[in-house]
Design a binder for this molecule. Structure first.
Ligand code: GLP
Length: 251
């Protein structure tokens, strides 16, 4: 069963998501947490940093795994997800950098990198809680609309709509990488818990379509309807607006 938490705004949604993560980490100090990038989790990460600074939470024994990385961006590039994680979370908390895992977007051989990352995930064992954002086209991690659901970590061609959406972070659209390495959907579904975080009006339609519409690889997030673990959807009123209108009973 999916649990829905509708927050007032993106700040409250971020705090709520951070508290859920903190609770899990506080009950299991060596928890494996699955992390995501994008603008959506920024408020949540800021809250986790604050909680860590106030000694409300410690990441000392926590292991983190990230969903994806652009192919071709050095970890020092300010739009790489390695950089994003370092700047927005890791360097402000007491996590051991050796316990943070992100696919390498600049390996010699991308296919071997996928294998390496799958092995890392296998070795680490189950993810206790996986954070997910959602793309405007329903992608989760970088699993784009397709004719099939991906199983394991793979190389992904980014869709035109994702390139357009993410071009806001780059100097020009031409600078946006065309490919990424992404954890597969099969792997995501193996996490013990999933926290899907969505904020803003622009996510309202796709959030409703994904969680209440047809289950199809054309809307990758729709597979979450089949997820067997504990799933919490945290969003603000704007992102929940279509759900509030059409499925008020779930709230
Ligand atoms: C990015 C990431 C996803 C993220 C999504 C939404 O491209 N690969 O993991 O969830 O797109 O991003 P945002 O939160 O900026 O809307």
């Amino acid at each position: 069963m999916i649990k829905y938490i509708c927050a007032k705004d993106e700040y409250e949604a971020g705090s709520c998501a951070a508290r859920i993560f903190a609770e899990i980490i506080n009950s299991k100090s060596d928890a494996v947490i699955g992390l995501a990038t994008g603008s959506t989790p920024l408020k949540m990460y800021a809250k986790l940093v604050e909680m860590c600074k106030n000694s409300e939470i410690s990441f000392k024994n926590v292991i983190s795994v990230n969903l994806d990385e652009y192919i071709g961006l050095q970890p020092s590039h300010d739009q790489s997800y390695a950089y994003f994680m370092r700047e927005n979370l890791f360097k402000h908390i007491d996590i051991n950098p050796d316990n943070t895992f992100i696919p390498n977007g600049v390996s010699q051989d991308d296919l071997s990198e996928c294998d390496r990352y799958n092995n890392v995930l296998e070795k680490i064992g189950g993810v206790d809680v996986q954070l997910l954002g959602i793309g405007h086209n329903g992608h989760i991690a970088f699993n784009e609309p397709n004719s099939f659901f991906t199983k394991d970590t793979s190389i992904v061609d980014l869709s035109e709509s994702t390139i357009n959406a993410n071009s806001r972070f780059f100097i020009s659209k031409n600078d946006v990488p065309r490919r990424a390495i992404s954890m597969g959907i099969g792997r995501i579904l193996r996490s013990k818990r999933i926290l899907l975080l969505a904020t803003g009006e622009s996510k309202a339609k796709i959030l409703e379509e994904s969680l209440f519409g047809r289950i199809t690889p054309q809307i990758p997030a729709s597979i979450l309807q089949f997820y067997q673990g504990e799933m919490i959807v945290v969003g603000d009123k704007a992102a929940f607006s279509e759900i509030i209108k059409n499925h008020p009973e779930v709230l």
